[in-house]
Structures are given as structure tokens and as C-alpha cells.
Design a protein. Structure first.
Length: 1158
């Protein structure tokens, strides 16, 4: 079947057929449609859109900017609001434009948008707007994004009660199509009634994508007969407040009710000739009800036979009690299904109360008729919770094998989930690589910080002594009440530049007026990164901030930056402003906390993600410098991670243990990791990462691939795909490609992307449904056990409860990328191990045997395509070839072309994934062995030979013979105690070598100059580059007066030659001419060799089978001694405490000893 032609411009230009649209795009399109409909009606109108972004309303401004070339021709004027209440007031102004006879248009229809807390803070402004009213040919749609589950807001939001208190009519669309329809109804209602129209949105609609009808005139809006007052109901000059209230209560709300009835906004969506049980619901919950019935095996026909009917309240307020009475009269029972508050349930009871006996149904909702909880009132719920509730309500007159099986399945699922232990590592949102907040949110010892709204909120769940956040704009004002009763006497307050511009300056003013001691850390990042990197909605510079806070009365202003010398001498900062490098942050904070009153630390560093975007667009200089870690020198201590908290510092598994490397693809060139106390960091200046080209050679047997059988889409069913991954890695792109492909094939589809704060490296899940008909899809989100395929682009997210919940062992196939992508927890705990075994166990236990495939798609994509970003499409190709994708390859490839990003690479990734499904070994053989090389053989003999060779290169054969002699004793004794055991010998082989080959200056020099470092460098970089070494030579380094620690210095390329010269002098090691060997650190290292050898001899003399495991633990102690200088000393103290504890246990078996230090 030929594919339907599709263009990215269709969403705003097409006026016929099906259109692919997301919920955010629907909000843009509906304004365009209203303009076209007005033009057809002969009205010269314009549209005004303003608001303030916030999840789930986080994309509308970006969609408006993307659609900018379409806006002017449809008279749409978009002005992002500085904050929500001022944006609402601006929307009021659009209606006032009709009052004075000088308007350029017949009317202006406005859209205000904000998240739930944005409506909370704007109640006064919105109440005034609604009371004053709308114009005859204008109207206002107040769009509110509610986050029931607090996935990306810090308080739950359910705006029904707010709209009711505002006395504002409210619509609640349940789908992307209804966003279009209800949006047009909303403006028409606002014009008809003279009131503003509230518009509730949740993530399941605004973050969803689905086909919509492109005809702008398909909706026939009816304006009912209504008896208005003589002077009408619209906005007017000279109006009085008491008249406004009367008009609103007596005419506007009744007019809205009449409009809703005329246009059937509260409609019966399920009917029966013999109704007995009725469901009343609204919005998302309404489609969840229908999804729940489908999963119970109750389709429309069977529901009608059973007497199940349903009323969907498209307008929950004002509440149409007459519609509810007409619906409920004569039913046995009415089940009210709504999330959060009992908004409709109490009104349903009121509406049905006066019905006569025999006609008045029983009403249940949050609780059943015996007072037991039926549906939760906290968080959110979906189809599975509704299915349980409905099954219980109809059980007294109907059950079936399908219902019993579904309920049993849900109960078994819940039981297994309750028994599963929480994973030790989770995919939590974290600061981006190079994020300024990695450094700026730290506080000095003895102080504490307060959180706030923005990315920096994440500091509150890190080890940063930061807590006590407030609402947006209130940052620090809580300290006014706390300060008089606190012994602390001072606090640091984080506040982002976006919040400062939004409303935060008022809190600073309040603290100055209250004369409290507080240091505001104004984090100037030059972008609103929390919601996707939008610009601040106005002009704001560090200079302007300094002048503002100085004028308010700040006692001291210090600007801290990664580039403090970037400001010209005539920069217009406030008088007395001083400038410091971020390396001095701790000292600056200690100084500021001693100053009475309000002080300002203005931390100026551009958002890392925004830097990347601007560099790609050529709008920002891209430094020709990259960092590289010489893993031979690296000790794996993790000080670079501790210092930088950076997600681009990755673990590297080597023959010598866990080391570190820099992920060049994600590094945003913050360079703070180089401050870690370690000589392994090198700057590569002028070079660029060497990209492996795409492998073009294809084995003959993989040139012609067999076409898989595409899954059949049976009527009444849909094919569910859950895509799991990490924010910012292209997971959402995969769901878009699948649904666009389905659209081109004429199939039904829906998708919803759930990411919360995932743009910060957190978990992302995309729920995709594909079906033969759109009626076969109700809720976009996959419920329990409804996934046919888990496309696990990240193993950790695939093992999460959200993902496991969608698996049905009888139905689901699971394909998981086994690549171990680090989490934010690794930056906090450098020794954290990735729980790969736990991940695989959890997934296999839930999915059952034979339906789970793990493959390292990242490794193969990097090797075959030169870029790890191809891993997700590699996975998609693999799944497609297995017959697990219900759309064709031609449509997928066309969708890749439409996306327009790295087209050839992405098509190749998809194709290589298909090939891997046919012959994985052949595909791996084509991959670059440098990328696919396995770890060296772990055989004891091979390990010993490698270590002896290393020791010979380190200091000669004599040292290697000492090593071999002691290890021979260990092997002999261990085999006597336990014939098949080599674990003790391997532990000694590794750890004796580690102590003997301590990394002094000679060894560091050798590891830089023996050729391996150069080879590793050349394998990663190309071009004309020079090197800079970052070192702190112990005999020549200055001491930092603030920390008392050696200061690292930069050494030019000449240091490479000096290293080679120094390495040749290693014969001086341990002799009277060894000047480096005189330091305390070197004396300790030599002593440790002797102590370890003596300990091993003691262990061998008392070794038994029953104490072998304790012997191994003792032999592994040196693994804990990592790092250089003070880092090594700190680790050594911990290791020695543990050694002494274990030795005491060894020498006194069976005695109760103090717990070992960890």
C-alpha cells in the first residue's frame, strides 16, 4: 500500500485529512483555526498568546517559536510572560481593546497558559479578568497544566476547585483531538457568555501525539437561545464591581451552561437499552475508564448488553446537575471516576439527592458503599486501578473468565512488585555535564543552603547541606521567619536568574527590609534550562542584576565566574562589585557569611546545555580544548568526579581496575574535572575527536535481508510498545518515528512521552500504541501488562517498576541495551557499581524465559557508525527484524528522512540493527575491534605474566622475581587448602602488584612516555594538536592558602620530553639519589609493600578452608588505597582501619569485635 504523503508543515497548513499533531502543537493550531473560522465568518480578529512555561506546559512557547513563520499571516501575536499573573493581566488587556472604539480589529481572542502552581499564584489576576469579562468577538482561554502525580512540580495540581472558586467555566479535553475541539468551543463559549474559559490540560494529552481531523470547519458550534440582560454580558467601560458579580453569577455562568448543553459538551459516550450502572468521569480519567473496560474484555456492545453507560463531563464547571439527573435517574448505581479531589462526586450526590426512591441510584467514587477506598485520592491512577474498581462494582451481576483473569493478573503483578527490593541505583535526574550548578550550589563547611525552583533544586537531594525550598519567587523569604529563632544566624539561598526575573527580586527586597543575614546566590545561567533552555523573557544581564540589588540595599556583591576576566574594565556593574574565579568560591562564601545583612553572590556561567546548543548554531565560541585521561596514570580514586560532579566523567573498566575516562560526545567543556588532584589529566588543544567512519563492508549473507512478518493488528486490539531510555538520548525521537510511520501507513496510533525532569539525564518512557482503527485506542499510556514490546534503550530504566509493570510474560517481548550508562549517583559515589546482575534478574523474572534479549547496542553502534547516538535506532532495527514492530521498514525510513537529522547514519543504524537480528556474530565481526575488545584473560597464569612484565618495565627483573616468589607461596598454600580455588592467589596477584608498582614521579613519567599514552591519544583525536599537562609536582608546587593543598599547574608540550627523560632515571628509585623518595608519601608506599608481604605470610601460615574468604578480604585491602597525595592518605587511613579490624578477627576467630570501618 502506498504511503501517505506527509510534511512537517502539515500540522499548521493542512486543512483536510488526518494530521499528525502533539498536544502542544494542537494548542498552537487551535489559535490558527479560530482565526480561519473568524475570517470565514467575516470577522477581522487577531490572537494574543501569553503565559509562563512550566511542566506539563513546558513546550508551548517552543512550539510557538518554531511556528513563527505561520503566526503573522494568521494574526497571532505571542508575548511570553515575565510571570503568570502579569501574562494573565496582559490577556485582560486584549479584551479591553474593544472598550474605547479605537481597536484595529473586531476582537482579539487570547490564550493564557501556565502550570497548576502558576494558576495558584495568579488567582487575583485571573479572578479580576474573569469578573471584568471578555469581548463579543474576543474571548479568553485560560490553559492550565495540572501535574497530578508531581512528576515535575513540587506540589500536586488539580485546578477544578480553583476554577470553581473563580466562577470560571472550565473544559477538560481528554485527547489531542479534543484539545482542538474544546479550544474552539472554549473561545466560542467565552464570547457567548462574557466569561473567560478555563482549560485543564494534563501530561497525557499535552505530551501525547495522535492523528486529528484537519478540516477547520468540521466543528459546528451552536449558539443557543438565551435571555441576556439588556446591556449584555461583555466587557465594558465604567463597570462596577458589584454589577460584575451579579452579571457573572446570574447570567454568565448560566449562559455557559446553556452553551454546553447546546453543543453536547457533557455527553453520554456509552449507551444501553437497559442501563443499570453508570460511570461519570471527565478528561484523562474518562479515557482510562474506557481502556479499563477494554482490558476487562468489555467492548461497546457487551457494555450495552450489561447495562453499563457512561457520561463524560467535558465541562466539569459549572456542573450540569440536570444532565447528571437525566443520566442517573433509574440506574442502580453511579460510579464517579475522578483523580485528586471529590470535585464531581459531591456534586453528583447533590444532583441525585432529590430523586424519588426507586429512581435514585447509589453513588460511589473515592469510597465504595461500605466506606472502603475504591480509588486513590493521592497521586494519580490509571486503567488498572479503575479496572479493579469496576470489576468489583459489576461483580454482583456479571463476571467472566476474562475479568477474573485480568483481576488475578493485576493482583499477581502488585504482589510481585511489593516483594521486589528497591534497586541500589536508579536513573535519577542530575545536573548536565558541565552544569554551573555542579559547583555553584556547594556551601562551605558549617553552613547550609536553601533550595528553590529550577534545575538547582536537585541540590536538595545531593550531599550539599541544602534543603527548605519554597514556591517560585519566595526563595529566601522563609528565612525572615526562621532567622529570629535560629542559632545558625546565616543561610545561603539559591535562586536562578529565571526565577529572579519572574518574581524573585521581591524576596530579596523583603530580606533587605527585614534586616536578616542571608547570602543570595543568584545563579545566572542565561537560559531557563528546567523546561528546555528557553531564553529569559526579557533583557537581563549580570550588570543589571548587580545594579538592581545594589539599589535595593545589598551590603556586598561578588561576581563569581569560570571566566572572571571576560568583563571589560568599563562594564556597568554596581559600585563596589568584586570579581572572583569559581575556584575561590569556598573562600568567597566564607567571607560573605560573616557580613551582616543581605549579600549577593552572583554566579555567572552559561547553562551547559545552552552552551552546546549555541555552539552548534555557531552563536558561541567553541573552545579548541578537550580533556583526556591517561588511564594508565589514573588511580580510579574518583576525585575528579567529586570535584566536578560531572556526568561526562565515566567509569572505565581496565585490567588494572576501575579507572576514569571523559565522554567526549557529552562533555560540555566545563573543565572543572581537571581540578581533581591527579596527574592523569591532559588538555588536547586544537584537536578534534576522531570519529570512526561508518562501516561500509557488509557480509554477503547480510546483503539481502528477509522481510519479517509484520504483527497483525486485530480489530479491537492495539499493539503496545514501551520505549525506555535516558533524557536527551533520542528516546522521544524513536516514538515519533514509529507513530509518523504508522500515520503514513494509514494506521491508528497514539504516543505519550513521559519525562518529568528527564532532560537532566533522568528516566524517559515513551508509550506507543498502534492499531487498525483509532477507536481501538483509548488511553495513550500503557497500563499493566499491555506492552507487546519493551524497547529498552537503557537497562536501568527497563528494570524500573514503571517498565516492569507493563510486562506480561505471555505477551511481551523485551529487547534491552546492556550498555552500562552511569547515573548521577556515580558522580556522588565514585565507587558505585552498576547493578547489571540485578537489572537482568528483575527483567527476566518478570518477562519469563525465552522472551528477553540483551545486547550492547551502544558498543556496536559506536563501532559500526562512529557515534553512540545510533544505538536506539540499532535497537529499533533489531526489534523490527524480529517481527516486533507493526509498521514497515519503508515507512520507518521515510520517517527518518522527514526528521532530517543525520539521515544516512540513522538509516544505517536501523539497517545494522536488522542485520544483528539475523546474525549477531557476523555483525560483531564487522565492528572495529578497538571498540569491541574484551578484557584480558582472567586466567591466573596469564594475569601473573602480565604483572611480571609490568614490574620488569617498572624497575627490572629483580622486582618481578620478588613478586613471583611470594605469589608462588600463595598458590601452593591455597591449593593445599582448597584444590580448585584461585581466588586468594588472584587477589594477591593484583594487590601485591599494585603496592609494588606504586606511581611515583618516575612511574607517572614512564606511563606517559612508553608509547601507550600516545597510541591511546591518537586513537581518540585527530588534527594538529598540542598537549598541556596538569600537574602538582610535590617538590615544586605552591600551596593553596585557602585549602593548604598543593596547587596544580599547567605545563606545555615540552613536558612530554621531560617525562621521557625522567622515566629513564627510574634506576635511581630507592637509592640515596632518589630525591622523590624522601617524601612522606613515598616512605609510606615502601612500608606498605613490606607490611602487606608480612601479612600475607601470616595468612598463609594459618590458612584453612573455613577462613579462606576472610583471607581474600584481607588480601584485597590495597584495592581501597587509591589516588595521589592527600587523597591517597585519606583512603589509606580507611583501608588501614579495615585491615586492623579484619586482622583482629583473623587472629581471634569467634570473638566479638567492633564493626569494621567502611
Amino acid at each position: 500500500m502506498p504511503l501517505t504523503a506527509l510534511s512537517l508543515d502539515d500540522k499548521y497548513q493542512s486543512e483536510q485529512g488526518r494530521i499528525y499533531l502533539t498536544g502542544s502543537q494542537a494548542l498552537v493550531r487551535v489559535a490558527m483555526l479560530q482565526y480561519l473560522r473568524d475570517q470565514t465568518a467575516g470577522l477581522n480578529t487577531a490572537s494574543f498568546i501569553s503565559g509562563y512555561r512550566g511542566s506539563p506546559m513546558h513546550n508551548i512557547d517552543k512550539e510557538l517559536w518554531r511556528a513563527n513563520r505561520f503566526l503573522a499571516e494568521r494574526a497571532i501575536h505571542f508575548v511570553p510572560g515575565i510571570n503568570e499573573d502579569l501574562a494573565a493581566t496582559a490577556c485582560l488587556g486584549t479584551q479591553q481593546s474593544s472598550m474605547f472604539g479605537d481597536s484595529t480589529h473586531d476582537g482579539v481572542f487570547a490564550m493564557w497558559y501556565g502550570k497548576g502552581p502558576g494558576l495558584d499564584r495568579s488567582i487575583d489576576a485571573v479572578r479580576h479578568g474573569n469578573m471584568i469579562g471578555s469581548s463579543q468577538h474576543g474571548g479568553v482561554l485560560a490553559v492550565v497544566g495540572d501535574d497530578h502525580a508531581m512528576k515535575s512540580t513540587d506540589v500536586p495540581a488539580a485546578s477544578e476547585t480553583m476554577f470553581a472558586d473563580l466562577q470560571m467555566p472550565m473544559l477538560y479535553p481528554a485527547s489531542v483531538q479534543e484539545i482542538i475541539d474544546f479550544g474552539l468551543y472554549g473561545w466560542a463559549m467565552s464570547r457567548f457568555s462574557g466569561a473567560w474559559t478555563g482549560f485543564k490540560i494534563v501530561a497525557d494529552t499535552v505530551d501525547a501525539a495522535a492523528p486529528v481531523d484537519g478540516d477547520p470547519h468540521r466543528l459546528k458550534i451552536i449558539l443557543p437561545e438565551f435571555e441576556f440582560p439588556e446591556d449584555g454580558v461583555h466587557i465594558r467601560a465604567g463597570d462596577r464591581w458589584n454589577f460584575q458579580e451579579t452579571r457573572l453569577r446570574q447570567f454568565k455562568l448560566p449562559a455557559a451552561m446553556a452553551f454546553a448543553r447546546a453543543n453536547n459538551l457533557n455527553r453520554v459516550v456509552m449507551q444501553s437499552p437497559s442501563p443499570r450502572i453508570g460511570v461519570i468521569s471527565s478528561g484523562k480519567a474518562a479515557v482510562d475508564v474506557q481502556q479499563a473496560l477494554m482490558e476487562l474484555g468489555i467492548d461497546g456492545d457487551q457494555a450495552a448488553d450489561l447495562g453499563i453507560v457512561m457520561l463524560q463531563m467535558g465541562m466539569p464547571f459549572p456542573f450540569d446537575g440536570d444532565a447528571v439527573r437525566d443520566f442517573g435517574a433509574g440506574l442502580e448505581e453511579v460510579v464517579v471516576v475522578e483523580e485528586k479531589r471529590r470535585f464531581m462526586e459531591s456534586r453528583v450526590r447533590d444532583a441525585l439527592y432529590d430523586l424519588p426512591d426507586g429512581r435514585r441510584p447509589r453513588v460511589v467514587g473515592r469510597q465504595d458503599d461500605e466506606g472502603r477506598e475504591m480509588l486513590p485520592g493521592c497521586g494519580e491512577f490509571g486503567a488498572e486501578e479503575i479496572a479493579r474498581a469496576l470489576a468489583r462494582r459489576i461483580a454482583h451481576f456479571h463476571t467472566s473468565e476474562r475479568i477474573t483473569a485480568r483481576i488475578d493478573f493485576l493482583e499477581a503483578k502488585a504482589g510481585r512488585a511489593a516483594q521486589r527490593q528497591e534497586m541500589s541505583v536508579n536513573r535519577i535526574p542530575y545536573f548536565c555535564s558541565g552544569c554551573p550548578h555542579n559547583s555553584s550550589t556547594k556551601v562551605p563547611a558549617g553552613s547550609r543552603g536553601q533550595g528553590g525552583v529550577g534545575c538547582h533544586f536537585m541540590a536538595t537531594y545531593m550531599n550539599r547541606d541544602t534543603d527548605a525550598h519554597t514556591h517560585m519567587g519566595g526563595e529566601g523569604a522563609n528565612w525572615i521567619g526562621h532567622f529570629p529563632y535560629s542559632k545558625a544566624g546565616h543561610v545561603f539561598q539559591n535562586i536562578g536568574d529565571g526565577t529572579y526575573f519572574h518574581s524573585g527580586l521581591l524576596a530579596i527586597r523583603a530580606c533587605i527590609a527585614a534586616k536578616v543575614n542571608i547570602t543570595y546566590k543568584i545563579l545566572f545561567n542565561d537560559a531557563v534550562a528546567m523546561t528546555g533552555g528557553q531564553p529569559i523573557d526579557g533583557e537581563l544581564t549580570p550588570m543589571a542584576i548587580s545594579r538592581q540589588v545594589h539599589a535595593e540595599g545589598a551590603k556586598k556583591i561578588v561576581v563569581v565566574s569560570d571566566q572572571p576576566d571576560k568583563y571589560p574594565s568599563d562594564a556597568d556593574f554596581a559600585p563596589g562589585t568584586t570579581f572572583e574565579h569559581r575556584r575561590s568560591l569556598a573562600r568567597v562564601q566564607r567571607q560573605l557569611r560573616e557580613i551582616e545583612g543581605v549579600t549577593i553572590l552572583l554566579y555567572d556561567q552559561t547553562c551547559a546545555a545552552e552552551k552546546r546548543r549555541r555552539r552548534k548554531r555557531g552563536e558561541m565560541e567553541d573552545p579548541a580544548r578537550r580533556l583526556f585521561v591517561n588511564d594508565l596514570v589514573c588511580e580510579g580514586c574518583g576525585d575528579c568526579s567529586v570535584t566536578s560532579n560531572c556526568m561526562s566523567v565515566l567509569p572505565l573498566h581496565t585490567d588494572h581496575g576501575l579507572k576514569r575516562k571523559i565522554d567526549q560526545s557529552s562533555c560540555n567543556k566545563d573543565y572543572s574535572c581537571v581540578e581533581g588532584f591527579c596527574p592523569s589529566f591532559v588538555s588536547v588543544v586544537g584537536g578534534v575527536p576522531r570519529k570512526a567512519g561508518m562501516v561500509s563492508e557488509v557480509p554477503d549473507k547480510l546483503r539481502l535481508l528477509p522481510e519479517p512478518t509484520i504483527p497483525a493488528l486485530a480489530g479491537g486490539e492495539n499493539f503496545g510498545i514501551l520505549i525506555t531510555g535516558i533524557g536527551g538520548t533520542g528516546v522521544v525521537t524513536i516514538s515519533a518515528l514509529l507513530t509518523i510511520a504508522a500515520h503514513m501507513e494509514g494506521k491508528a496510533y497514539s504516543t505519550i512521552d513521559q519525562f518529568g525532569m528527564a532532560q537532566k539525564g533522568g528516566a524517559v518512557t515513551s508509550h506507543v500504541r498502534i492499531a487498525a482503527k483509532q477507536d481501538d485506542i483509548q488511553a495513550a499510556r500503557l497500563s499493566s501488562g499491555t506492552a507487546d514490546l519493551i524497547l529498552g534503550c537503557d537497562s536501568l530504566v527497563s528494570a524500573s517498576e514503571i517498565s516492569l509493570n507493563t510486562i506480561d510474560a505471555e505477551r511481551s517481548h523485551v529487547l534491552v541495551n546492556s550498555h552500562q550508562a552511569i547515573t548521577g549517583q556515580f558522580a556522588l559515589d565514585p565507587d558505585l557499581a552498576f547493578p547489571s546482575d540485578d537489572v537482568e534478574m528483575r527483567i527476566r523474572a518478570e518477562a519469563g524465559p525465552g522472551k528477553v534479549t540483551f545486547l550492547n547496542a551502544t558498543r556496536m553502534a559506536t563501532a559500526l557508525l562512529g557515534d553512540a547516538i545510533g544505538a536506539n535506532l540499532f535497537m529499533l532495527g533489531h526489534a523490527y527484524q524480529q517481527g516486533l514492530i507493526p509498521v514497515g521498514a519503508e515507512a520507518i525510513e521515510r520517517a527518518i528522512e522527514m526528521n532530517g537529522v543525520a539521515i544516512e547514519m540513522n538509516k544505517a543504524a536501523f539497517l545494522w540493527g536488522r542485520r544483528a537480528a539475523v546474525d549477531l556474530e557476523a555483525v560483531e565481526a564487522q565492528a572495529d575491534p578497538a571498540h569491541l575488545a574484551d578484557m584480558p584473560d582472567d586466567d591466573l597464569a596469564a594475569l601473573m605474566e602480565r604483572r611480571k612484565a609490568d614490574l620488569t618495565a617498572y624497575q627490572g627483573r629483580r622486582l618481578a622475581r620478588r613478586y613471583e616468589a611470594l605469589l608462588g607461596q600463595v598458590q601452593t598454600r591455597e591449593s593445599e587448602v582448597m584444590a580448585d580455588s584461585e581466588n586468594l592467589s588472584k587477589a594477591v596477584a593484583r594487590n601485591l602488584f599494585k603496592l609494588m608498582a606504586y606511581k611515583d614521579e618516575y612511574e607517572v613519567a614512564r606511563l606517559y612516555s612508553d608509547g601507550r599514552f600516545k597510541a591511546a591519544l591518537e586513537s581518540q583525536f585527530e588534527g594538529d594538536y598540542t598537549l598541556a599537562f596538569h600537574l602538582a609536582p610535590p617538590l615544586w608546587s605552591k600551596t593553596n592558602p585557602e585549602t593548604g593543598l598543593p596547587v596544580k599547574r599547567d605545563f606545555g608540550p615540552w613536558m612530554g620530553g621531560a617525562m621521557a627523560w625522567l622515566a629513564r632515571l627510574r634506576f635511581l628509585r630507592g637509592t640515596p639519589l632518589d630525591i622523590f623518595g624522601r617524601t612522606e608519601e613515598r616512605r609510606i608506599e615502601r612500608r606498605l609493600i613490606t607490611e602487606y608481604s608480612t601479612m600475607i605470610e601470616e595468612i598463609l601460615s594459618g590458612l584453612k578452608a573455613e577462613n579462606l574468604s576472610l583471607a581474600i578480604r584481607l588480601a584485597q585491602i590495597p584495592e581501597l588505597i587509591n589516588g595521589y597525595g592527600h587523597i591517597k592518605v585519606r583512603h589509606l587511613e580507611d583501608a588501614m582501619a579495615l585491615r586492623d579490624s579484619l586482622l583482629a578477627e583473623w587472629r581471634n576467630p569467634g570473638r566479638s569485635l567492633p564493626e569494621a570501618a567502611e
